[in-house]
Ligand binder design. Structure first.
Ligand code: HOZ
Length: 429
């Protein structure tokens, strides 16, 4: 019996499903989740000492790879001076300054401990600022697990087939309006009928929780216009895309002005951090300046702030993003070539440091397109790649991530593994 199997059996007795977050349970691909012992650079090792090239990267934030020395040193130094204060520290201000400098639409920041807290706070703020209750989200869009967003949600909710969660009161869900990503007419329709009640539109500018789907040209600008016309706020959920697709996030890449931005653990170097940010006049509604309540003992935790500062410093290196993007392109074009060689219907998407894999022909633009991609084929591919030592996200509905630590050798090994995997898929068809 493998150590991994023993570890999973033991975990299942005391942890729900043996895990602490559902997608990692491998239910989306079958088999048992990998129990990881360590990570370094582009690689992780499981507890049976098998090495994998990692394209999960803690679900995105590890843009520098695992355990980058500068970030580890910053964490060690900060930890040696205190693990938590629940009081202001200068690192919080320094990190907020960095965020504001990179994202000019953000004048003030509130740090929280997760993306979920960030989106929950952003929505509360938007409702308070507009005096309206309704929020528009997109089918397959995932914004963490606040009640308001667990309606036709992506990520684990989609993977496990429960996109609308039991436990969310109907009266809460009634305030959540669902539109179709990359289909502006669906948003126009909602505004036409209920525009006076809509507080905000929340969108992942690159959908990253229904696989990886870039915005159609003009789609985000259209959302901006609709929000302006109807007095609603535009919340860009950049938990995944912030500092990942560009230093200034998707808002810089696509030239979109959000009212509020939510950010996630990348600004904590992978540690539990989130943030909501926006113009001062909006942010000042938050307590203690304004009446919109929000609080958290570990908000602005000094260790996490230091990890974030070290991470953001590395991202300002000249040529960082073009190099990252180049690696992603070599990976995705190589995968497409390999699939074509073996006549497997397959396509990819890529934006900055993130990518998507689809077992169907391009183009991929909508949730319906994503749902037409073959899940059984993805599952078989995932298993074959895992056997080859390549760790892809264990769900057909998650994005993949490349880090600065991935070398040409990693990409070449991945492509060679994929060539063999596609050959097997093609023989099995
Ligand atoms: N929500 C994450 C994927 N978008 C998965 C989190 C996890 O299982 O760790």
């Amino acid at each position: 019996m493998s150590r991994n199997h023993e570890a999973f059996t033991r975990a299942q007795k005391v942890l729900v499903g043996g895990v602490n977050s559902p997608v990692r349970a491998f239910k989306g691909v079958g088999g048992e989740p990998l129990f990881l012992r360590r990570g370094l650079g582009a690689h992780v090792w499981d507890i049976d000492e098998r090495r994998y090239i990692d394209y999960v990267g803690a679900w995105g934030p590890l843009i520098l790879g695992h355990a980058p020395p500068a970030v580890v040193k910053a964490v060690q130094d900060a930890a040696a001076s205190g693990l938590a204060f629940g009081a202001p520290s200068e690192a919080e201000t320094a990190l907020a300054e960095q965020v504001c400098a990179c994202m000019p639409q953000i004048e003030q920041v509130r740090f929280v401990s997760s993306g979920t807290e960030a989106t929950m706070t952003a929505l509360r703020l938007a409702r308070a600022a507009t005096g309206r209750d309704k929020v528009v989200k997109f089918e397959g869009g995932y914004h963490g697990h606040p009640d308001a967003f667990l309606v036709k949600a992506g990520s684990g909710a989609l993977t496990l087939g429960v996109p609308t969660s039991p436990g969310v009161p109907a009266s809460v869900a009634a305030h959540t309006l669902v539109a179709s990503y990359n289909e502006p007419a669906s948003v126009e329709g909602l505004f036409r009928e209920q525009g006076a009640d809509i507080a905000a539109v929340i969108v992942e500018p690159v959908a990253g929780n229904m696989n990886c789907v870039p915005p159609a040209p003009g789609f985000l600008a259209h959302l901006r216009r609709l929000c302006d016309e109807h007095g609603a706020l535009l919340i860009l959920d950049e938990v995944m895309t912030g500092f990942r697709v560009a230093r200034g996030g998707a808002q810089a890449l696509y030239g979109i002005r959000p009212d509020l931005t939510t950010l996630g653990k990348i600004i904590g170097g992978g540690l539990p951090v989130g943030a909501v940010g926006g113009p001062r006049k909006l942010m000042q509604r938050l307590s203690p300046e304004g009446p919109v309540f929000q609080a958290g003992t570990n908000s602005g935790n000094p260790v996490a702030m230091s990890a974030g500062l070290a991470t953001l410093a590395a991202l300002s290196t000249e040529g960082f993003y073009p190099a990252l993007e180049g690696k992603v392109r070599r990976l995705t074009t190589g995968l497409e070539e390999a699939a074509r060689r073996h006549r497997v219907l397959f396509s990819t998407t890529a934006v900055g440091g993130m990518f998507g894999l689809f077992f169907r022909a391009a183009p991929i633009s909508t949730y319906a397109d994503v749902m037409q991609s073959s899940v059984p084929q993805f599952q078989a591919f995932h298993r074959l790649m895992l056997d080859e030592g390549v760790y892809l996200a264990p769900s057909a509905f998650e994005a993949g991530f490349v880090s600065a630590a991935h070398g040409e050798e990693d990409i070449a090994q991945t492509l060679a593994a994929a060539d063999r995997a596609f050959a097997r898929l093609s023989r099995a068809a």
